[in-house]
Design a protein around this ligand. Structure first.
Ligand SMILES: [Zn+2]
Length: 277
């Protein structure tokens, strides 16, 4: 399958046609290069013996070199079960916001077409949004690919994907109402919504608020001792968040928090709560 919003750059001989046995999810890589076209050219050079399904440029332009039915050569033992994306840039640096947005859009498309859950995973036998080093020696021992800052951006990528897959959940206030699967939620515009921090998260958690467009609102967190603290703002003011230009805001929630309130104004937001990596 060719992704409708990727610019097709194939074919390459560095692949196995029809070689995908499964689609467990998407593996993040870092290209160690500043140059998307050079990376693509190398993947099309028979002497390179490498390729990836996708290449994500620093400006968020997405290229596709290998069809999703075919096996790219990006992570050795994982090649037959995982789709791969090379991100332009260097290990140790974070992705640009444009790259995060593109990965969210790509992962949403993968989730919808291959029934992949919208979660992060560190398990080569699992499913979701993974990273190259999680496969260890069997995947080539590239433990610093794509690097810690990019691994830590997975909640933002997921929040973008969740907002695409579940653009709105019709609801009354507050939402949601059961403690199952509480860690993600969509809150409509002009609503005071609540998201319950999963009890399974015993340490710090990260809450990410994502939206498409200019979302403005406030966010507060209640500790289990009953005290209320602002999430994004200063110590004495409500935690104001402002999301401009399709970005996301994230903040750390201390242990023993139980509820996050999000007050939206003009547009809906997507909220994701995950353990801090
Ligand atoms: Zn890699």
């Amino acid at each position: 399958m060719k992704c409708p919003f990727a610019q097709w750059q194939g074919p390459t001989s560095n692949q196995v046609s029809g070689g995908m046995k499964d689609h467990r999810g998407l593996v993040l890589h870092i290209a160690q290069s500043p140059d998307a076209q050079g990376t693509i050219n190398w993947q099309k050079n028979p002497t390179a013996q490498v390729s990836s399904h996708f290449v994500n440029d620093v400006d968020g332009t997405l290229y596709q070199v290998v069809d999703t039915d075919d096996m790219a050569w990006a992570e050795m033992a994982g090649n037959g079960e995982w789709l791969s994306v090379e991100n332009i840039g260097y290990s140790g640096n974070p992705l640009t916001n444009a790259q995060v947005q593109t990965l969210g859009k790509l992962f949403a498309w993968i989730s919808q077409n291959f029934n992949v859950p919208l979660v992060a995973t560190d398990d080569p036998n699992g499913s979701g949004l993974g990273w190259h080093g999680m496969g260890g020696d069997a995947w080539g021992g590239h433990l610093q690919c794509p690097g810690d800052p990019i691994k830590a951006q997975r909640p933002q990528i997921l929040a973008v994907a969740i907002a695409i897959v579940n653009p709105q959940i019709p609801t009354t206030t507050p939402i949601p109402t059961s403690e199952d699967n509480m860690n993600q939620s969509n809150i409509p515009e002009n609503t005071l919504g609540t998201v319950i921090v999963p009890r399974s998260i015993t340490g710090n958690a990260i809450v990410t608020v994502a939206a498409f467009g200019d979302a403005i609102g406030t966010a507060d967190v209640r500790s289990r001792d009953g005290s209320v603290k602002p999430l994004f703002g200063g110590s004495s003011t409500p935690g104001a968040f402002a999301i401009l230009d399709n970005a996301s805001s994230s903040a750390v929630i201390p242990p023993n928090s139980d509820v996050v309130w999000i007050k939206t104004t003009t547009i809906p937001v997507s909220v994701l709560i995950e353990p801090q990596p």
